[in-house]
Structure formats: structure tokens, C-alpha cells
Design a protein. Structure first.
Length: 283
């Protein structure tokens, strides 16, 4: 599962170009430097440079866009959402900002708001709808399970060999209907070689037990970050499986392990983190 590159997002909005004079010209140069820092994985520097640009020209939407993107990278989701809101206020045609704000909202546990922003983006870019798996996840957490099933069916057209797509399709279907129906409709995948995705698919198909997924991650010949990722995904999808089965205790146990023991840099960790925080708030 992938997310956009910053340069591609900025290119979607012709309104980002501004006349350069005096402070505005200096601000544009700072925005360029901030963008370069972001691309170089120096999100902290990108935030500092973008803020300097905004101090010189508070009407430059590109500065707020880079600022929001850098905050997202740093997992400062509230600040990211505020920056993207400013982009939209300055340039309503900058629909990419809706998509990025949707990410910030999803990661903050504001699932209905995330769906609304993703939909606003897709109104202007309907051709991207099949690729928008993030919308499917937001739909699941917003309780719109039938719509989630439809989104993951659509995503299958562009990403047919992704166990995660199959898993989220199952999770939405289990809620919209029953786990039995979800197993019957499970999307087959044969070429996702990531550990422990084969076992995740077998679990959701009813062929193995949750512990088998955990064991697959533990016994894999992996080390370092690869092992941490395998353990994270094992616990994440076991937790979600238990949630579909109505076992809240086991779901919480494994989601807590995924988030607190196996923190990784991927988007799905942020999803798990939002899931865990919202679950705890409900108790």
C-alpha cells in the first residue's frame, strides 16, 4: 500500500504558483528549500523552513502544503490538519490538500471527517478511486461497512495480489454481513510473499488459528526492522480478526502489542495507533 510523493501532490494544484516580489520571492525560495528537505527525509528542517516562508508570505499555499506534509511525516497529525486547512482556505482548487488532511484525520481517529475529505479529493480526481485503499480503511472505522466492501472490491482491480486488501475486504464484509459470508467472499491472493501475509489470508479463510500467524512471524528467518514489521503485521491482523469475531479482549491484547511493542514507520502503524486510542477512549 502506497501514498503520494510530495512533488506529485503539489503538481496537482496549479494555484500553487504565485507572483514573486520582495518577501514573496524570498518565501518561494524557502518553500523550495523546505520541499528539498522533506524529500531528503529531513522533516524537522522542512517544518522550520516552511514556517520561515509563512512568516514572510502568509498567503502562499505551497508553504502551508509543505508544512502540513512535514508534520504528517513527523506524526504530528493535528498540526498537519491545521496546515492543510489553511491550504484549502488560500487555494480552494488545491484538492490534494483534502487528501492529505484526510490522512491526518484518519491517523487522529477522526474517521468520518477523513472519509469526507477523501471523497472531496475524489470528486476532482475520480480516476484515482480504484487506488484509494486509505478511503476503504476510513470507511471501516466510520462504520460504513458495505461501502468499505465496495472500495476494496474496486481496489482489487489495480492491486489484485495484496493480502491486506483481501483482509480489509473481509473485515468490512464480516461487519456488513457475517464472518461466514466474509470467508465465502474472501479475495484470493497468491503472490504476496511478505511475512506473515500467507498465514493472515489462511486465518481469514478459516484454515488456521491466530497463533499460527504469530508463530509464522516469530519463526521467520528475519532480523532487525524486517522482523519487527512481521511481528507488527501479525499482531495487527490477528487483532482485527478477533474484533470481527467479537472477542474484544483478544483484539485489544494484540492491537496493544502491535502499537506499543512493534512501532514501525509505515502508514499501517498509524492506523493501528488510531484504532487503539479510539478503543481505549470508548472504555
Amino acid at each position: 500500500m502506497r501514498v503520494f510523493a510530495l512533488a506529485a501532490l503539489i503538481a496537482l494544484s496549479p494555484g500553487f504558483a504565485r507572483a514573486a516580489d520582495g518577501d514573496a520571492e524570498k518565501a518561494l525560495k524557502l518553500v523550495e528549500e523546505a520541499g528539498a528537505a522533506y524529500k531528503a527525509e529531513n522533516a524537522g528542517d522542512a517544518v522550520a523552513l516552511a514556517k520561515k516562508a509563512i512568516a514572510l508570505d502568509a498567503k502562499n499555499p505551497a508553504a502551508f502544503f509543505v508544512l502540513g506534509s512535514a508534520h504528517l511525516k513527523l506524526r504530528q497529525n493535528g498540526d498537519a490538519a491545521k496546515a492543510f486547512t489553511q491550504v484549502i482556505a488560500l487555494d480552494p482548487k488545491a484538492v490534494a490538500a483534502y487528501d492529505r488532511r484526510g490522512d491526518a484525520e484518519l491517523k487522529s481517529g477522526k474517521f468520518k471527517e477523513a472519509v469526507a475529505d477523501f471523497d472531496k479529493y475524489l470528486e476532482a480526481n475520480p480516476e484515482f478511486a480504484p487506488k484509494h485503499w486509505r478511503r476503504g480503511i476510513a470507511l471501516y472505522y466510520a462504520g460504513r461497512y458495505k461501502d468499505g466492501v465496495a472500495q476494496f472490491d474496486l481496489h482489487r482491480k489495480v492491486n489484485p495480489e495484496d493480502v491486506e486488501n483481501s483482509a480489509w475486504h473481509y473485515l468490512c464484509n464480516a461487519r456488513a454481513n457475517t464472518p461466514k459470508k466474509a470467508r465465502e467472499d474472501l479475495i484470493p491472493v497468491s503472490e504476496d510473499s511478505r511475512v506473515p501475509m500467507k498465514q493472515v489470508l489462511e486465518l481469514y479463510a478459516g484454515k488456521i488459528k491466530p497463533q499460527d500467524v504469530i508463530d509464522a512471524a516469530e519463526k521467520a528467518k528475519l532480523g532487525g526492522e524486517a522482523l519487527k514489521e512481521a511481528r507488527f503485521y501479525a499482531n495487527l491482523y490477528v487483532a482485527l480478526y478477533y474484533e470481527a469475531e467479537g472477542d474484544e479482549k483478544k483484539a485489544l491484547e494484540h492491537m496493544t502489542a502491535a502499537v506499543e511493542k512493534y512501532k514501525i514507520g509505515h502508514y499501517m502503524w498509524d492506523v493501528a495507533d488510531a484504532h487503539l486510542r479510539v478503543s481505549k477512549e470508548k472504555k
